[in-house]
Design a binder for this molecule. Structure first.
Ligand code: ADP
Ligand code: ADP
Length: 239
């Protein structure tokens, strides 16, 4: 069942740079997709289009069968609630506790909810705690985010997304600032969300090694175009 569909999607930035060129892509529910390509190939442009962090110039994007291309306001919020983002730079609130970071991530997608920390419900806190348990960070609930290593911060960011309970997770170079061992750990956590919770995952990577190890399906992007789509074993080093 298609979870994400791109139909003839082109993105031209205001300065004329072509970010995506006539992309056609279907990603099914439960897929674990790795997008590879050199810096500047269009990987981030693709993820930002799927989350509607920016508009595309032409074409249509459907999430779970529904077009997001012209979604506004409440509809857009509902769509985004089902999409969790993970970034290279973790994007945690550095001076806040681990638990608060996970809780506020959850609340960001439920804007009508009470946003004062002390008013978080017991259920919210329990969900946040369980999410941290899943990524083995429950022993750090009260640590400040900036006291953690990079790998630990990224796992907190994964817990934050997990507590949001999205259908889709978009990870934009989640391991780019981490060492190889920590990178594998982060990818294993993403794989766990995919395999145990059925979340559809798209991860941009520029490490071909990690792509080979974790991508069930690998999409190669070059100059805004899909140049490869299939199993990693069949592809060359030079995607
Ligand atoms: P990747 O994620 O694969 O490194 P990007 O999607 O960031 O690639 O970039 C694709 C192309 O779009 C590059 O040529 C890049 O310079 C350009 N680009 C990205 N963001 C912008 C922007 N905000 N304005 C203009 N050009 C951009
Ligand atoms: P409150 O603000 O309600 O007093 P705390 O800030 O002490 O609660 O803890 C927040 C929530 O995190 C708890 O309600 C619980 O769900 C969860 N939690 C924190 N630490 C633990 C733990 N060691 N075991 C189980 N749950 C925990």
């Amino acid at each position: 069942k298609p979870m994400i569909e791109l139909k003839n999607v082109t993105k031209v930035y205001d300065n004329g740079t072509v970010g995506l060129k006539n992309i056609n892509l279907t990603i099914n529910k439960g897929d674990f997709v790795v997008v590879v390509g050199l810096s500047g190939a269009g990987k981030s442009t693709l993820l930002r289009a799927i989350n509607r962090l920016h508009d595309v110039s032409e074409g249509d994007i459907l999430i779970d069968g529904e077009s997001i291309t012209n979604a506004r306001g409440k509809n857009l919020r509902l769509i985004r609630r089902n999409i969790g983002m993970i970034f290279q730079s973790f994007n945690l609130v550095k001076r806040s506790s681990v638990l608060r970071n996970v809780l506020t991530g959850r609340v960001a997608y439920y804007p009508s909810w009470k946003s004062t920390f002390n008013l978080f419900s017991k259920e919210d806190k329990q969900k946040a705690y369980e999410a941290l348990q899943r990524v083995d960070m429950a022993n750090k609930v009260y640590a400040r985010a900036d006291e953690l290593s990079g790998g630990q911060q990224q796992r907190v960011a994964i817990a934050r997304v997990l507590a949001q309970n999205p259908k889709i997770i978009l990870a934009d170079e989640p391991t780019a600032s981490l060492d190889p061992k920590t990178s594998r750990r982060v990818m294993q956590d993403l794989k766990m969300l995919n395999e145990e919770l059925g979340m559809t995952v798209i991860a941009n990577l520029h490490s071909v090694e990690l792509a080979r190890e974790f991508g069930k399906r690998v999409i190669g992007v070059r100059a805004g175009e899909v140049v490869y789509d299939g199993l990693m074993e069949e592809t060359s080093q030079e995607v």
